[in-house]
Write a protein that binds this ligand. Structure first.
Ligand SMILES: Cc1cc2nc3c(=O)[nH]c(=O)nc-3n(C[C@H](O)[C@H](O)[C@H](O)COP(=O)(O)OP(=O)(O)OC[C@H]3O[C@@H](n4cnc5c(N)ncnc54)[C@H](O)[C@@H]3O)c2cc1C
Length: 108
């Protein structure tokens, strides 16, 4: 394990202050549980300044999934970030923006 992680485990008393070969099976099991059921509580966000993708937007039920034309307003198209589609980070938002842009571009 990384040294800083072990130090944190030690500081939070998740591991007893002894050598590994002195740990009992119960202590090893407890350590196993602690590490594998690791819980993280974010203490906040950096806000809109560093936001990379937005939630909400134009309801996709109102759009053609093939052309991205608004069902109630022919000739009007919505694509990309302005629609209510949120991808995981890692390129999915770009992929979606480019793909629906291409799809809509074939029709508009
Ligand atoms: C810091 C950051 C990092 C990101 N990293 C990733 C990533 O790694 N992978 C990923 O998949 N996604 C990432 N995203 C999200 C991704 O950039 C967006 O989902 C994607 O660019 C949306 O494309 P879009 O064309 O719909 O909108 P945008 O790229 O926002 O384009 C909208 C365009 O419209 C223009 N515009 C706005 N108003 C008007 C107006 N009135 N008249 C004319 N033009 C106007 C704007 O200037 C802009 O050029 C990131 C976003 C941010 C902010």
């Amino acid at each position: 394990l990384p040294k800083r992680f072990v130090e944190m485990l030690h500081d939070t008393k998740a591991i007893p202050d002894c050598n590994v070969n002195q740990l009992s099976h119960a202590q090893i099991d407890a350590l196993h549980d602690y590490v594998h059921n690791w819980q993280i509580k974010p203490n906040g966000t950096e806000g809109y300044r560093t936001a990379e993708v937005t939630l909400g937007g134009v309801d996709t039920d109102e759009l053609s999934s093939k052309t991205f034309e608004a069902k109630k307003s022919p000739g009007l198209y919505f694509i990309g970030e302005v629609t209510d589609v949120t991808g995981w980070l890692g390129g999915y938002n770009f992929q979606y923006a480019w793909s629906c842009g291409f799809a809509a571009g074939q029709y508009c």
